[in-house]
Design a protein around this ligand. Sequence first.
Ligand code: GAF
Length: 384
Amino acid sequence: MSDVADRAAAGFRQRYGTEPDGRWAAPGRVNLIGEHTDYNDGFVLPFALPLRTVVAAAPGPDGRWTVLSELDDEPVEFDAAAADEPGRVDGWAAYVAGVVWALRAAGLDVPGARLAIASDVPVGSGLSSSAAIEAAVLAALVDLGDLDLPTDRWPRLAQRAENDYVGAPTGIMDQSAVVRGRAGHALFLDCRTEEVEQIPFDLDAAGLAVLVVDSRAPHRHADGEYAARRRSCEQAAATLGVTALRDVSTADLDAALDRLADDETRRRVRHVVTENQRVLDTVALLRADRVRDAGPLLTASHASMRDDFEITVPEIDIAVEAALAAGAYGARMTGGGFGGCVLALVDASAADPVASAVTAAYAERGFAAPGTLTVLPAGGVARV
Ligand code: GAF
């Protein structure tokens, strides 16, 4: 953590010639289970990662916002008029402008600021680098402006930045995980009520590890396909006469499927309905201290994403197969799909051999080498 926080502060000093007032850090996340359920008003079980995005910040001299990122040589500057018009600021800086926009849209008097961003959360890997920027910037602006905004409103506000300013039609999971994550716990979130339960997930004590494999597969049409999945779920809910697919239970599933005209929509609905149930079943096993037994649910979730929701790619499927063959209790893609990361639940002692097995499987198929790291659930956004 200190490295990335130091990089943010050093970037600030170098660019602006003064010390920042403070540094605010937000994590990336992985989702243990519950994929594409959030925008269906369903259940998810993510946890925050030890990888962080840090914003060093201080009030700006002229009421404007100036943002420097490690990703670029030059800072991006924008004023209130640009922040008030979704789409005016683009690229990575849109996530910052989006937060300013969402705060202003909520009637808050956002202070102009200078910011410098450094991050250890890989971009485009499905580990929520965008939610991490949103939460870190939000925390910085709330503190600098002494804004009256309780943290339980932060996830929705950051989601609005992403939906309405950036234009990505995502759900509430990522922003909730990076704001509300707690060390040693997975976050059981009901995306309809926003009710949260912190589920103890002490991997160390159980002698377990979560291995994250970054497939490094290029995202293929991820934005358009994500939006298409969402549309298809919403249309199916309308056909079935329910508010959201959350309202279809596994007991009602066969009858619901009979009422849908095409096979593709039936498979999309089956994924969401069965995935919600798998989240509930996983939570029950974690509560009963039976973490290993959750492995088959993770693997079933993957099969459902591959066969029914059709959001995986060959690199992702190979990583899951190789991890399972090397002894993982369960493995699945995590995040929106079409690339990104796989997580595998393994004995701590098996993390390295499983990582090597996946790397070897990639080499055999001529895929670029994957990234691998083991992670523990970490805390959410905070001033550091
Ligand atoms: C992305 C989105 F941002 C989340 O809201 C969620 O829908 C996820 O994909 C799929 O579960 O991370």
